[in-house]
Design a protein around this ligand. Structure first.
Ligand code: ADP
Ligand code: 5GP
Length: 198
């Protein structure tokens, strides 16, 4: 059976990376898709681990090559999901999870109808701003750019299959895992139904 494609979106600083790290540590059947970006590395980020850091020219060459499953411009930089590795993993039966913004999620929805879209929601805007500032990875200007995108992001929530509020971290992780389990049950049931009643 093919693996499932999951998308996790949410405003910058809501905790997508934090939640993903915890969920991925528990599930060997789930792989994180490393995106390509033209944004410079920040903090301790490592090329090939957190992102593939590309020049604009390299990114565009990959775009022309039809090498991205989806791509978007966010906060003045380009971000894209490498297509080949994601499709190969899914074909091998591995679930894949993407951390993409609302534009990327819309493209995935359009091209991969079976993808499962999860939106990670902040408990409040005050708490989101606090997390973003406390992370200390962006200057005030970059933080403002990220918060300016918030309204559009929150308006897109209705296009997602699931909304998880990241208030208590452990609870949010449990909910994301529960979604993965529920979606697995759905496809397995469908597979056996088709197998037994062709
Ligand atoms: P994102 O990937 O969505 O931009 P991060 O995972 O980098 O966000 O998290 C932003 C900051 O918020 C980090 O400092 C992280 O430790 C903190 N954080 C994440 N989830 C929670 C939570 N449930 N409660 C408190 N702080 C959190
Ligand atoms: P950051 O710069 O904080 O790592 O990411 C900024 C935004 O880019 C986040 O909303 C994140 O979800 C989004 N993002 C990361 N990788 C991709 C990608 O491959 N495609 C798209 N569309 N968005 C991405």
């Amino acid at each position: 059976m093919e693996g499932l494609l999951f998308v996790l979106s949410g405003p910058s600083g809501v905790g997508k990376n934090t939640v993903l790290k915890k969920v991925l540590a528990k599930r060997t059947d789930l792989t994180y898709s490393i995106s390509a970006t033209t944004r410079p590395p920040r903090g301790q980020e490592v090329d090939g681990v957190d992102y593939y850091f590309l020049s604009k020219e390299q990114f565009w060459a990959e775009c022309q090559n039809n090498g991205f499953l989806e791509w978007a411009e966010i906060y003045g930089h380009y971000y894209g999901t490498p297509k080949k590795q994601v499709l190969a993993l899914i074909q091998k039966g591995q679930h894949v999870i993407l951390d993409v913004d609302i534009q990327g999620a819309a493209q995935i929805r359009q091209n991969y109808a079976n993808a499962v879209l999860i939106f990670l929601h902040p408990p409040s805007i005050t708490e989101l701003t606090r997390r973003l500032r406390e992370r200390k990875t962006e200057d005030e200007d970059a933080i403002k750019k990220r918060l300016a995108y918030l309204e559009k992001e929150l308006a897109a929530v209705t296009s997602y299959d699931y909304v998880v509020v990241n208030d208590q971290l452990e609870e949010a992780c449990r909910r994301v895992e529960a979604i993965i389990n529920a979606e697995e049950v759905k496809v397995t049931r469908g597979y056996w139904k088709r197998f037994l009643n062709p």
